[in-house]
Design a protein around this ligand. Structure first.
Ligand code: BEZ
Ligand code: FE
Length: 302
């Protein structure tokens, strides 16, 4: 071995199957941001472990690369296929759970989804957010409380859901009225709110791209259990991004994005009384839902 060869010898061994993780991670420079060092170190460790366990052929590896390329190509201002991939692999719900460990009794978070639109119309109590007249009528009534059970006045309840054909207004710009099935309500001095809408139904997440093909290849359906989305916020409290789920939906136990939590399944009561229906401007039967949201105080970290 010449002196020149000694000088060229790397500080860490050349790449070998057994030492691959250490060799790759040792390549990071001394001034790398510590969090980036941690994140990349862990990712390389687990990625190499997965490859060593799977032992893919070159063809299989290229198939994986092609899949990720197709996911990227599907992304646009209106479509985020990588988030859909994260959603359908349970990663979005895991990140959500890690970041929203709330005290017992506080309303649990669930997935935001891609169809939230800020600045929805502000409505008075009782407004009907269903502007296309389709679906089974529903009235939702409840309160926003703190974890001690005290009503929170002036809380904002931002609500959105699909129409009875299973599409959000933004997916059908020329079909549905703008802001169909969206609105923001403010709780009164008793912490109460109420509004009218239609019973939510199950619907498929966008499945015309590579994630849809992946689900089909895995023998999975693309349906989300019937739900209504909410963001509930009030000054001094941790805002909650959540849903309520209809209890009779056949997809409750197999939501495509793992968003269902037991505590978010509401009671939907079918009301046939004609007088009660006509007082609400409905034809009977209609659905009545009582639902309280419980907000935890903002934590110092938040
Ligand atoms: C939604 O509930 O709107 C949704 C969530 C995740 C992926 C697609 C849609
Ligand atoms: Fe949704």
């Amino acid at each position: 071995m010449t002196g020149t060869a000694d000088a060229a010898r790397p500080k860490y061994p050349y790449f070998e199957e057994e030492t691959s993780v250490d060799v790759v991670n040792a390549r990071m420079g001394p001034d790398v941001d510590p969090r980036l060092r941690e994140v990349m170190g862990v990712l390389v460790k687990h990625l190499h472990a997965a490859i060593k366990e799977i032992e893919p052929t070159h063809e299989e590896w290229l198939q994986g690369i092609k899949f990720l390329t197709d996911v990227g190509k599907m992304c646009s201002d209106w479509r985020q296929e990588f988030i859909l991939l994260s959603d359908t692999l349970g990663v979005s719900m895991l990140v959500d759970a890690i970041n929203h460990r709330r005290p017992n009794g506080a309303t649990e978070n669930t997935i935001l989804g891609p169809f939230y639109v800020p600045e929805a119309p502000r409505y008075e109590h009782g407004a009907n957010i269903c502007l296309d007249g389709k679906g089974e009528p529903m009235v939702v009534h409840g309160r926003v409380l703190d974890t001690q059970g005290k009503p929170i006045a002036g809380a904002l309840i931002d609500v959105w859901q699909t129409n009875d054909d299973g599409f959000y207004d933004v997916q059908q710009k020329d079909v549905q009225p703008d802001w169909n099935l969206r609105g923001v309500f403010t709780t009164d001095e008793k912490g109460e709110y109420w509004y009218r809408s239609v019973k939510p139904r199950y619907y498929p997440i966008p499945d015309d791209g590579p994630v849809g093909k992946m689900l089909a290849a895995l023998g999975r359906h693309p349906n989300r259990a019937a739900h209504v989305h909410y963001i509930v916020s009030a000054p001094g409290y941790d805002p909650v991004i959540t849903h309520i789920f209809a209890p009779d939906c056949r997809y409750l136990a197999e939501d495509a994005v793992f968003g269902v939590k037991d505590s978010l399944i509401a009671d939907f009561t079918k009301v046939t009384d004609r007088e009660k229906a006509s007082a609400l401007g409905f034809e009977p039967p209609f659905w009545s839902v009582e639902w309280d949201f419980v907000l935890a105080p903002k934590t110092a970290a938040a």
